[in-house]
Ligand binder design. Structure first.
Ligand SMILES: C[S@@+](CC[C@H](N)C(=O)[O-])C[C@H]1O[C@@H](n2cnc3c(N)ncnc32)[C@H](O)[C@@H]1O
Length: 306
């Protein structure tokens, strides 16, 4: 049996949370297998519109032949630019279901999974230049250390960076097996968990995942109609913290910005989900990949100008 391209997570919760207006305009920033998009389209009438982004060529074949759909084969960090290109200034809702699809993860040669052996690639957009193997080969020890520490919370990130720089002088670390076997002697704790953290760090760096998220969030406020909603599904705490702070404070810090007089600067978003929505036990059973997903939703509000 052929594996599904991707099983959408928190589907009911996302669709309910977006409060879809049938004639509205919506954006799916992360089209993938189109599971969320399909449900959004079911809620839209012929006047509705759905703009879908995906930077991975593999996802393009899933785009439905539907007049209401505009497909943007680019990074969602250019959200506003491409909406303008299609003469769209405001939308009623935005969805981002972050990270990689099951398809990307299950294709050995994409190099995302610790389960297979292939070149350490990890590019969602295969037209980009830098792969994970390039990072391992070329980054300085300091830079590698920071990435493993910040993006993977790898316990011995300094030792790992030092080991890589030492080993790469004499041997190739281009493939998953070469890399895993070479650094195995310094692995701390459960190797599976350890490599999952290391791979997460590399993937975030290869795809600049935290910056693209921040850029999209900043633009989303401009692009949303008052009353429009943004829903973001994250899969690790670094992303979730960014979304949480942005929805609550209008910036990426823990506190709302204040003006010179100590007044809170106007945040144009209102948090709808005080706590993140997580998968039900039924969903976890049916789709274990939904395990670490967290959904947060915010609504654009009108801020009075004083
Ligand atoms: C978790 S999957 C989304 C699955 C989708 N919701 C579904 O139901 O099938 C994430 C998808 O978004 C794409 N993606 C991730 N980050 C992106 C970005 N910054 N710009 C454009 N596409 C992105 C990936 O290539 C992948 O296909």
């Amino acid at each position: 049996m052929q594996q599904a391209y991707h099983v959408p997570v928190l589907l009911k919760e996302v669709i309910g949370g977006l409060k879809i207006i049938p004639s509205g305009t919506y954006v799916d920033c992360t089209f993938g297998g189109g599971g969320h998009s399909k449900k959004i389209l079911e809620k839209l009438n012929p006047a509705g519109k759905l703009i879908v982004f995906d930077q991975d060529e593999d996802a393009w074949k899933n785009v439905p032949d539907d007049e209401r759909v505009i497909f943007v084969p680019h990074n969602f960090r250019h959200l506003q630019r491409f909406l303008r290109f299609h003469k769209i200034t405001k939308v009623n809702g935005i969805l981002a279901d972050l990270g990689v699809s099951s398809h990307q993860f299950n294709e050995a040669e994409r190099g995302f999974s610790t389960r297979f052996n292939a070149v350490l690639d990890m590019r969602m957009n295969q037209n980009e230049k830098t792969t994970a193997a390039d990072i391992i080969k070329n980054y300085s020890e300091e830079k590698l250390h920071k990435i493993f520490e910040k993006y993977g919370e790898v316990t011995n990130s300094k030792t790992l960076a030092k080991t890589i720089v030492e080993l790469r002088k004499a041997q190739s670390l281009r493939t998953i097996n070469e890399f895993k076997n070479a650094v195995y002697p310094i692995v701390k704790g459960n190797p599976e968990k350890y490599f999952a953290q290391v791979f997460q760090a590399l993937r975030i760096e290869v795809n600049d995942e935290l910056n693209v998220l921040k850029e999209m969030l900043l633009q989303s406020v401009d692009v949303l109609e008052v009353g429009g909603r943004i829903a973001v599904i994250t899969f690790h705490s670094l992303e979730d913290r960014i979304v949480k702070n942005f929805f609550k404070n209008g910036n990426f810090e823990d506190e709302q910005a204040q003006d010179l007089f100590g007044n809170k600067a106007g945040n144009e978003l209102k948090v709808i989900t005080k706590k993140p929505v997580v998968p039900s036990s039924e969903e976890l059973k049916m789709n274990p990949r939904s395990r670490s997903s967290k959904l947060r939703i915010a609504e654009k509000i009108k801020v009075s100008e004083e």
